[in-house]
Design a protein around this ligand. Structure first.
Ligand code: DAV
Length: 366
């Protein structure tokens, strides 16, 4: 019996990680609050069905290569077991016609110390996604006597969990930004909802983005679950589609964090970083003007990097501005091609979930 699960942040030396798989991925059909999360000018609107096999194969080739690079850097890599995602989700409360994928593990699995929590996601199509990781978590449970295998309260996702007709296609960008600033989002406070990728872990402090995929009730749940940790709600008023914190606010090492210059952390919320001598640096501009085809995310996946330790960081190979910035910040960037996987749910940080990083629960903001 050995310790398998341990991770308190995104930058201590990475030793064991889960890398997603694109097999059987589906573009889910519309359900409450999905169209609100897809940008109005996106080619994805109204589109659904199994993703073209050729794109799945290309994504898998890059995911396999990422796994290989990680192994070359001494990181153990595990892979999920994809389901046949092209099946309906039926519960006593709703029915939706398909599931999605197990490509972005970061959205689903949240590692805090020796615990991994499956998130209570707000998408109906992602209701069973955690099952792809259950064989791995079962194995960790059998082998690591300290591993805490957890599941946040499962949401019912009835119609009460969403504001209906909240955004119509005519809403202007200004109105959207105003809603973000007013913390007025498409999901309601009916029940606890969060995606793991909205939670930024920095030891004793969790910075949680309040947005389209995470609500206030989730913050309250974290406060009660972890009385020894400090929970901070953060929001980024420049983001018209606030989904996940990892293309917005990305720590590189203790004391250094990059922030999306279009989604700057408000003055009030910067204070805790400044008071503790953390440097918040504007992230470099993305190298691309548009995301790749059939991709939900923005060009800011450029900053969605995977930090291996306080020096080494994996950055997408075509993101030359970001690669250069890493170098200037004293990091050693390792370029890995990954754009073919973006459409399946994100970049290098999204595509992984921590199992083991060295180090413990530090207090960076005493
Ligand atoms: O900028 O589109 C992507 C985050 C994916 N986990 C964005 C956020």
């Amino acid at each position: 019996m050995a310790k398998i699960v341990n991770s308190w942040n995104d930058f201590d030396p990475l030793k064991h990680v889960i890398v997603g798989r694109a097999d059987n991925s589906v573009i889910p059909n519309e359900e409450p609050a999905t169209s609100e999360k897809v940008p109005v000018d996106s080619e994805m609107r109204g589109m659904w069905g199994p993703r073209p096999l050729e794109t799945v194969e290309k994504a898998n080739a890059q995911l396999d290569n990422l796994a290989k690079v990680l192994e070359e850097h001494g990181v153990k890599v595990d892979r999920p077991t994809p389901l046949q995602w092209n099946q309906p989700v039926i519960t006593p409360d709703f029915r939706t016609d398909s599931m999605m994928t197990c490509m972005p593990p970061r959205d689903v699995l949240l590692t805090i110390g020796s615990e991994i929590i499956a998130a209570p996601m707000s998408f109906r199509c992602r209701y069973w996604e955690y099952l792809a990781y259950w064989p791995l978590l079962s194995q960790y449970f059998n082998e690591d006597p300290e591993f805490l295998w957890s599941q946040a309260p499962r949401p019912r996702l009835t119609d009460k969990s969403y504001k209906h007709n909240y955004y119509d296609e005519k809403i202007s960008l200004e109105e959207r930004l105003e809603r973000t600033a007013n913390k007025d989002f498409v999901t309601t406070e009916e029940e606890i909802l969060f995606d793991a990728a909205d939670v930024l872990r920095l030891g004793k402090d969790l910075f949680i983005q309040h947005g389209l995929t995470t609500n206030r009730k989730a913050m309250e749940w974290f406060k009660r679950k972890y009385p020894d940790l400090r929970i901070h709600a953060v929001n980024f008023p420049g983001d018209p589609y606030p989904i996940h914190i990892d293309a917005t606010f990305v720590p590189l090492r203790p004391g250094l964090i990059i922030n999306n210059p279009h989604r700057r952390l408000p003055e009030e919320q910067r204070k805790i970083f400044e008071a503790n001598d953390w440097e918040i640096v504007d992230a470099a501009m993305p190298a691309h003007e548009t995301p790749p085809p059939l991709c939900y995310s923005s060009v800011w996946l450029s900053m969605n990097c995977l930090v291996l330790d306080h020096k080494n960081v994996i950055v997408e190979a075509s993101e030359h501005n970001q690669l250069e910035q890493m170098d200037k910040l004293g990091m050693n960037p390792i370029p890995v091609p990954f754009r073919d996987a973006y459409a399946f749910g994100g970049a290098l940080h999204c595509a992984t979930a921590d199992v083991y990083r060295e180090g413990g629960c530090e207090d960076y903001f005493p």
